[in-house]
Design a protein around this ligand. Structure first.
Ligand code: ZN
Length: 579
């Protein structure tokens, strides 16, 4: 519903603004700092990239932008903004929470920022595109997570910010104490924190005195902060200066000024204000999303002029890369999912939050040496190969749909924890376990009939919980699919595999006999046919089977036979699953 309303407003603006060119002097200058992250050619950053570490991915982000250019039909990724209005201790001095006219103005600014990001204008100049096709839509939009109105006379007055350009990325930014409070407030969802502050002297001049100056004399620039590619929990901030004073000057002075030809506020100047403030914020958010300054064509990121209505496709790709590699990941709603990403090349991956399912084609191999976070609803389908190497694949919050190894596909697990997903190996697929693995919770690896499994000699397996199960269906094959031509030294029988924990490896190709045993802890018993009793097999000593101590036992087989000498003591339970 919210989205429908936003789109409705956008259409109105597009029409009005295109017929009302904003006087250039009413578009704030783009003076803002870029000191937090070195430029791409900084040797230190290149060195860090070469180290192949999982974090500090600035160089990676810059070099992989081309792999993240979104299709124009990809679902929109929404990024939360928190708008924070500093007020004086008596609640005055800025846009007011209970003033619906002023709040509509702010909402219109954000809507127009979204219009800008969804409607880039083709410069019709191949040199602007770097060999890519023009893209009209970034496929990201901003949503207002929270509007906060903070009574704080000190913070309200940006004269207390003693830095040259009052940039919020600095370690001694004057509002860092407030940002810490907001980030630590669990009732405020994480978002890019956009601070609106005022200069007390400028406020006095334009709001209190309603000066009829022909030119606004206060600071009208803003400053932003680049993403962090190492600390994913870092905040991101934008500092918007004097926007309330500018609003008052434009509203109460400009309509009286011959310099501007006496334009009416409501039908003309109001749109100048929205457009000028929006393009200013859109540019700052471009920095927040990882983009540096650029002077080509009409790019939004030009700091010194132009129409700011274009973004090169590679820059759009860099934004999406930054959403994957940086702290921006924490500003994206957890239910964000944008469909299936095809992997058709050989890749090595880093610490990432993904927004797609993955389909690894038969010609591709993907090696994950670092932790990858999958979106909910997603899965990974492997027709080529995936190696999870000394790292973990997890989900953003909910359980995801896990990994499916297709015929001809190969999944290599080398030291990993499986804590929130299942793995299924289909006929002709292979799971090759080359390093220790841990499965916890109600999760399992299932090798279907005709699927291959190989536990490399020397590997140990921990199955933490009693329903952490490795399931080998009847006619699952011990070994690696010979089609793959892979060196392996698989153990010949699972009885020699070191297994710890409460879970089980169940082989649905083998009959199971439970005899002469007291089961006192939860257990999962699986097999082809299961026989339970005091004389069901001659290969074990006769004796009763007793389940006690409140244990729950699951018997999972084609046929489960309970013979003489089986007892489930009061308080304990068992259940039969027909496999
Ligand atoms: Zn800038």
């Amino acid at each position: 519903m919210k989205k429908v309303i936003i789109l409705g407003i956008l259409c109105v603006f597009t029409g009005v603004l295109s017929s009302q060119d904003i006087p250039p002097e009413l578009i704030p200058p783009f003076i803002d700092c870029e000191t937090n992250i070195p430029l791409i050619d900084d040797p230190q950053m290149i060195q860090q990239q070469d180290l192949g570490t999982c974090v500090n991915l600035y160089g990676i982000f810059n070099s992989l932008g081309n792999k993240f250019i979104p299709s124009q039909t990809q679902p929109i990724i929404y990024i939360r903004l928190n708008l924070i209005f500093l007020q004086r201790d008596d609640s005055t001095g800025n846009f007011q929470e209970n003033n619906s006219y002023e709040q509509a103005l702010i909402n219109d600014v954000i809507s127009y920022v979204n219009t800008i990001y969804a409607n880039w204008v083709d410069p019709n100049d191949a040199s602007c595109l770097n060999g890519y096709s023009f893209l009209p839509n970034t496929r990201i939009q901003f949503v207002i997570g929270n509007k906060l109105f903070v009574n704080d006379s000190y913070g309200w007055d940006n004269r207390n910010d003693l830095q040259t350009f009052k940039c919020p990325g600095s370690s001694n930014w004057y509002l860092n104490y407030l940002d810490d409070q907001i980030v630590n407030n669990s009732s405020v969802s994480r978002g890019i924190n956009v601070y609106f502050t005022e200069d007390s002297q400028i406020y006095d001049k334009y709001v209190v005195q309603q000066s009829q100056d022909t030119t606004f004399t206060g600071d009208s620039y803003s400053c932003s902060q680049y993403p962090d590619y190492t600390n994913y929990y870092r905040t991101s901030k934008v500092h918007m200066l004097n926007k309330f004073s500018i609003y008052n000057w434009q509203r109460y002075a400009i309509p009286n000024l011959s310099k501007f030809n006496y334009p009416e506020w409501e039908s003309i100047v109001r749109y100048w204000y929205i457009g000028g403030t929006a393009v200013n914020l859109a540019h700052e958010l471009g920095h927040s999303l990882g983009l540096g300054h650029s002077y080509i064509c009409n790019t939004l990121m030009n700091p010194s002029g132009g129409s700011h209505n274009f973004l090169p496709p590679l820059e759009i790709g860099k934004i999406h890369a930054a959403l994957t590699f940086s702290n921006l990941r924490s500003f994206i709603p957890i239910d964000t999912y944008v469909g299936i990403k095809q992997i058709n090349t050989n890749e090595t991956w880093y610490n990432m939050r993904l927004y797609n399912s993955l389909d690894i084609s038969s010609i591709a191999s993907l090696t994950s040496n670092c932790d990858v976070i999958m979106p909910y609803q997603s899965n990974i389908q492997i027709s080529g190969s995936l190696t999870i190497n000394n790292s973990n694949i997890q989900s953003i919050q909910n359980i995801w749909n896990g990994i499916i190894v297709k015929s001809g596909g190969l999944l290599v697990l080398n030291n990993t924890n499986i804590s929130d997903y299942n793995i299924k190996v289909e006929s002709g697929g292979t799971i090759h376990i080359t390093g220790n693995i841990n499965i916890s919770g109600n999760h399992n690896i299932t090798v279907e009939s005709g699927g291959y499994y190989c536990f490399e000699s020397g590997v140990s397996v921990e199955l933490s919980d009693y329903n952490s199960i490795i399931k080998l269906e009847e006619d699952a094959i011990n070994g690696v699919n010979p089609f793959l031509s892979i060196q392996s030294n698989c153990i010949s029988t699972l009885t020699v595999l070191p297994v710890t924990g409460f879970g089980s490896i169940v082989d649905y190709g083998q009959d199971v006999y439970i005899q002469n045993e007291t089961i006192s802890t939860n257990r999962y018993v699986g097999g082809k046919n299961i026989y339970v009793g005091n004389h069901v097999t001659s290969s074990q000593t006769t004796g009763d089977v007793i389940i006690n101590n409140d244990a729950n036992v699951i018997f999972d087989g084609k046929d489960v036979t309970f013979d003489d000498g089986f007892e489930c003591v009061n308080g304990s339970t068992y259940e039969v699953v027909n496999h």
